[in-house]
Design a protein around this ligand. Sequence first.
Ligand SMILES: NC(=O)c1ccc[n+]([C@@H]2O[C@H](COP(=O)([O-])OP(=O)(O)OC[C@H]3O[C@@H](n4cnc5c(N)ncnc54)[C@H](OP(=O)(O)O)[C@@H]3O)[C@@H](O)[C@H]2O)c1
Length: 279
Amino acid sequence: MSATMLDGRELAAALRATLTAEAARIAHERGRRAHLTLIASGDDPTATLYAAQVAQSCERIGLGCALRRYPADIAETVLRTELAVLGARGDVDGVVLLLPLPGHIRQRVVTEVLAPEKDVDGLGPRNAGRLMLGFPSYVPSTADAALELLHAAQIPIQGQNVVIIGRSNVGGKPAGLLFLRENATVTFCHSRTIDLASVTRQADILFTSVGRPAYVTADMVKPGAVVLDAGMNAVDGRMVGDVAEDGVREVAGALTPVPGGLGPLTRLMLIRHTLVGPR
Ligand SMILES: NC(=O)c1ccc[n+]([C@@H]2O[C@H](COP(=O)([O-])OP(=O)(O)OC[C@H]3O[C@@H](n4cnc5c(N)ncnc54)[C@H](OP(=O)(O)O)[C@@H]3O)[C@@H](O)[C@H]2O)c1
């Protein structure tokens, strides 16, 4: 068997046209372009690449985008104030704190001051809480991209066994909650899971957000399963996912490639949140 590759680029191109029309409508209505501000602390290469890709997508679609870059030793209080101030500005529609944060910065402490209606990547407690309760909320863009891709490919979710590897607040956890919202049976795995492969082999849909190249191997995948790879790992100057693609594509029924799978859609989800609001 050779897996169908789930092409995020194709879907992104179609979505881009819709979002471009929406951005133009908003610009006309408000007399200014919608605006997204990205905040980077430190110079993590994956975050730097992601910021450049988001800025390019904003430019193409017709949003303003600013990147505010701070040194890795920025004080937590300064970053916190920055988020509060940006969230209160009338000319800023969305604010995204790029991850990973430097070790001394607590994500909880800085994101709790961001206005929930500007927290378009759903990192703050208000949006995360609403997602947990099943209420409309901004959700982290990668999780949203995974569901978007499945819907477009008409892959059923309801009643399916979904196994999530990784429980970060930006990756695995929101993805699992979105699948639960769509009536999947969800299992979360993490670094303390015992006999991970025996759990992942139960998955009809396997979502991974671990951050380790080639971590998910063919023996961990049920034949015919759908494998969604959210990993973005810089290796020798190129981007690879968490999945050992060569082996897994022989077992899986469908697979998101890296690059070209969830990545292109993730940035469009961020832009859609900024233009359209919570889902
Ligand atoms: N930062 C973003 O905005 C973003 C968004 C989507 C995807 N990504 C990409 O996705 C990957 C993960 O990112 P993240 O932010 O979710 O990472 P993270 O915060 O480092 O979390 C990694 C998760 O993987 C689990 N894990 C680590 N080693 C494991 C193992 N051997 N077996 C099973 N689980 C293990 C960890 O378990 P414990 O909780 O037990 O430690 C943790 O829950 C990266 O490649 C990243 O670039 C990033």
